[in-house]
Design a protein around this ligand. Structure first.
Ligand code: GRF
Length: 205
């Protein structure tokens, strides 16, 4: 059984989808050991508590980045977390934090990276006039929205779309993509060659 730690800052719909997919057996041999928010009023914390999960607020406000990251890492280690999933965590991680969990931190971003990194990616894509949008689950490295890609899902931009309807359809795909990526990482039958994920035949662990 692998322990997953979730970091979030807001409503937590991606976290909820992961929890649902674990409960239904779509992500086998995993449990959510801990949910942490840097925002004490994040909706995702309430959801976690309702689901009977351990939920912690570790406020980031007014703290040096690495100081906050050290508190978060200590909580994750205390709960024996092996895989850290950022799910709407609106805070850059320090290089120190990234080193604590090598190839063990995932993020989801609501665009087809490397297009539209950063904030409001769906609006950026819509305003740019792309015909295909989507989402990306990737490993976290020291650069924003940058590490090796695990899963991408495409979403067509329809004639009647506005940025909100597009974002809603991207979110539906996010909820599928994140659990797929977690399953891949936990199964472990791939190697990262440069930026590319290459499938290997047998599980490496
Ligand atoms: C999602 O769009 C995710 O891709 C981005 O932040 C949003 C979080 O939504 N990183 P939620 O809190 O999971 O509902």
């Amino acid at each position: 059984m692998k322990n997953i730690g979730i970091l979030l800052s807001g409503r937590g719909s991606n976290f909820e989808a992961i929890a649902r997919n674990i409960a239904s057996g779509h992500v086998p041999d995993a449990r959510i050991a801990l949910v942490i928010s840097n925002k004490p009023d994040a909706g995702g914390l309430g959801t976690a508590r309702r689901l009977g999960l351990t939920a912690l607020a570790i406020p980031s406000r007014g703290k040096e980045r690495e100081q906050h990251d050290r508190e978060v890492a200590a909580a994750l280690k205390e709960h024996k977390v092996e895989l850290v999933c950022l799910a709407g965590y609106m805070r850059l991680l320090s290089p120190w934090f990234v080193k604590q969990f090598p190839q063990r931190i995932l993020n989801i971003h609501p665009s087809l990276l490397p297009s539209f990194p950063g904030l409001e990616a769906q609006q950026q894509a819509f305003a740019y006039g792309v015909k295909v949008a989507g989402c990306t689950v990737h490993f976290v490295d020291e650069e924003l929205d940058h590490g090796a890609i695990l899963v991408q899902k495409t979403v067509p931009v329809l004639d009647g779309d506005d940025e909100h309807s597009l974002a809603d359809r991207i979110l539906e795909q996010e909820h599928i993509a994140y659990s797929e990526a977690i399953r891949m990482v936990l199964e472990g039958n791939f190697e990262v060659a440069g930026r590319r994920l290459v499938r290997t035949l047998t599980a490496s662990k």
